[in-house]
Design a protein around this ligand. Sequence first.
Ligand code: ADP
Ligand code: ADP
Length: 227
Amino acid sequence: GAAVEISHLSKVYKTREDDDVVAIERIDLQFEPGTFVAVVGPSGCGKSTLLSMLAGLVSASTGKIAIDGDAISRPHPKIGVVFQSDLLLYWRTVLDNILLPIEIKRLDLSKFRTRAEELLEQVGLKGFGKKYPSELSGGMRQRVAICRALIQEPGLLLMDEPFGALDALTREQMIMDMQSMWLRVQNTVLFITHGIDEAVFLADRVLVMSPRPGRIDLDLKIDMPRP
Ligand code: ADP
Ligand code: ADP
């Protein structure tokens, strides 16, 4: 996993009405390589903004983010992202969806096919590579989205409510299944969730954001025995 260093990070959205919205206020954080960090907090507290800045999708107003010492200001191959919606391309097969980032970067596809098949097996979808997203359930599609995020072996995996759109039963199953997977891949993870229970279950560290946007109220270390 990658080491992440966030220093004096702020984000102020300029709105048309001239009333600035502070979404992140001078945050300093360090993630040790391989830590699973969950971020919880009320709607509007700045969780997505923090994740989007780490993903290089939103620029910081002040401060800096470094991944393994490299400053991040745009999407980076060391970072994989999973959103609430799977964002799969319905006209492409599962395998071709997973390989999309490789194709976009014009890397050698043949080198990544085996890796894609392995990832599918790890998420319990062995043999589903030739199916289309419409043939899969919501939970299965989200597993494919996770494979796509992992295909480049990112040092940092960012997930914004990855199970938020799933029904309760599917979500519970996903959390159980994904736990063992994340223990195996060993990347650093930042995971946004509304569920404090899943945060405590999955994470090594839980950041609780304040109802007043942009601040971290609590930084909890979770010491749970790992299976
Ligand atoms: P959360 O993910 O915790 O719900 P967000 O990061 O989405 O929080 O939002 C934090 C604050 O920033 C909120 O007040 C939200 O309305 C505001 N905000 C988010 N995105 C934008 C944007 N693109 N333009 C203006 N304000 C925004
Ligand atoms: P969530 O709570 O799941 O993060 P939100 O409803 O807060 O989702 O935000 C959804 C999207 O809308 C985000 O991309 C965010 O940046 C954008 N957004 C949120 N608040 C505002 C706002 N006040 N003005 C413009 N865009 C916003």
